[in-house]
Design a protein around this ligand. Sequence first.
Ligand code: ZN
Length: 133
Amino acid sequence: MVMKVDHIGIAVKSLEETLDFYTKVLGLELQDTEIVEEQKVKVAFLPIGDTELELLESTQDDGPIAKYIEKKGQGMQHIAFRVDDIEKAIQDMIDKGIRMIDEKPRYGAGGAKIAFCHPKSTNGVLVELCQRD
Ligand code: ZN
């Protein structure tokens, strides 16, 4: 059902302060940035091999990433697995007893269709399902 690691989401306080580590130290390339209004987040895309890192900076104090950092601090926030049919993948998760945060796909950065599984159902990891056409 899962094809590959689509991306890893990393919560940061400031993209500006964080990017140097990934670009100047690790030598990755900043491909693009995008603001996802609905999630109150600015995303920076850094491809690495056939996957990518997504650095997530909150655009507002009450956004999900701001709240996450407040609770847990900066760092790895979620892992996204690529699926070829997200509706089917969501149903499959539900059938297998996994609690979904999103029972319907929603818009994700980079034009993906995404849905999050509840970390209580995945031993503490925030898992995202991600379909790209
Ligand atoms: Zn993601």
